[in-house]
Write a protein that binds this ligand. Structure first.
Ligand SMILES: CC(C)(COP(=O)(O)OP(=O)(O)OC[C@H]1O[C@@H](n2cnc3c(N)ncnc32)[C@H](O)[C@@H]1OP(=O)(O)O)[C@@H](O)C(=O)NCCC(=O)NCCS
Length: 300
């Protein structure tokens, strides 16, 4: 039995201690253990519906695991991170953290829950099952070595203009991702928070206009936290009125050009395994699946 403590607000020392654990786990797993939305929730100390859970083998021992509950768009999101040397099912760190997080969601009225796990294993499948969650969507992380072939983008782009483009971009993005649980339903806060992040670079946020309208955009990002920097096609969204015209492909090419010019040798992106148009586009550009992130879902 581990000591699991709930924190409804994270103070500076809590954030520092959890960040330290996340950094150590990221190095060993070669993967950021928290999703980006969850990471932003954590570093902002938590907002309404947030709870952090810290697990220790003994009350004043070092952290061996962390779970986070946040209220999403009509759902609860839970993430569980366990130090690699405490992952045996016998140690039960993950199961106890998950059970504490689900208990808190229940206490706050319950609802639909998503648990995201990077690089799922039979042990994470078992942990989710013990928590009463079933296997849901798989998300691919796809990667591509740069530079790619000689194919050139056929569209003109301009940088996103902070303070001017937010409302129009949100409308296009939310129309493009209308049926997507995390990427649709963005608000002004969601985008402003990202603009305030140190990685934000408007020159890497490429907007394409057509017929006097914003037709779509390709937002890139550079990850400098690992040993070698890596590019990301962070959000690509085409207004439904402009989909299927070859513009999405050209916008990805423009994003890859930008990352290449910054010296990136590898780029990655996340895509729903079931998003056939996007997966086939990425495959045809040479992207390959590096690993899977898995959602487990259920109702509490
Ligand atoms: C995915 C998206 C960016 C593609 O942009 P697009 O302009 O519609 O796509 P394009 O016309 O450039 O076509 C690109 C490729 O996808 C294929 N494609 C397009 N629509 C498709 C569909 N409905 N089913 C299967 N393949 C499709 C095309 O055949 C083309 O393949 P090719 O390059 O081998 O010829 C766009 O549809 C979109 O914004 N979708 C909603 C948001 C989204 O899912 N973003 C990606 C999340 S990672």
């Amino acid at each position: 039995m581990n000591a699991v403590e709930i924190k409804r607000r994270m103070g500076e020392s809590d954030i520092a201690e959890v960040s330290q654990l996340l950094q150590e786990v990221a190095l060993i797993d070669a993967h950021a253990p928290l999703g980006e939305h969850q990471w932003l929730d954590l570093v902002h100390g938590g907002r309404k519906g947030f709870a952090g859970f810290v697990a220790r083998e003994s009350v004043d021992g070092p952290l061996v695991g962390y779970a986070q509950l946040s209220r999403g768009h009509n759902t609860w999101a839970v993430e569980v991170v366990v130090r690699p040397d405490h992952r045996s099912p016998r140690q039960a760190v993950g199961v106890e953290l998950l059970s504490a997080a689900l208990g808190e969601a229940r206490r706050l009225g319950g609802g639909h829950v998503h648990l995201w796990v990077a690089k799922p294993t039979v042990d994470t499948d078992a942990m989710a099952e013990q928590g009463g969650l079933a296997r849901g969507r798989d998300l691919y992380q796809m990667r591509l070595a740069l530079p790619i072939s000689d194919e050139r983008p056929r569209v003109k782009t301009r940088p996103f203009q902070p303070g001017v483009d937010e409302a129009t971009w949100l409308e296009v993005n939310n129309r493009a991702f209308a049926s997507h649980p995390e990427q649709g339903g963005w608000t002004l806060d969601t985008i402003l928070e990202r603009e305030a992040e140190p990685w934000f670079d408007q020159d890497g946020f490429l907007v394409h206009e057509r017929d006097g309208r914003m037709a779509g955009s390709c937002w890139t990002k550079v990850h400098r936290e690992g040993e070698a920097p890596m590019g990301e096609i962070y959000v690509i969204s085409m207004d439904p009125d402009f989909q299927g015209l070859g513009l999405g492909r050209s916008l990805v090419l423009a994003g890859l050009d930008h990352l290449c010019a910054l010296g990136m040798q590898v780029t990655m992106l996340y895509v729903d395994a079931g998003n056939d148009p996007a997966v086939s586009l990425y495959r045809s550009l040479g992207f390959e699946v590096d690993h899977v992130d898995r959602a487990y879902t259920g109702d509490v």
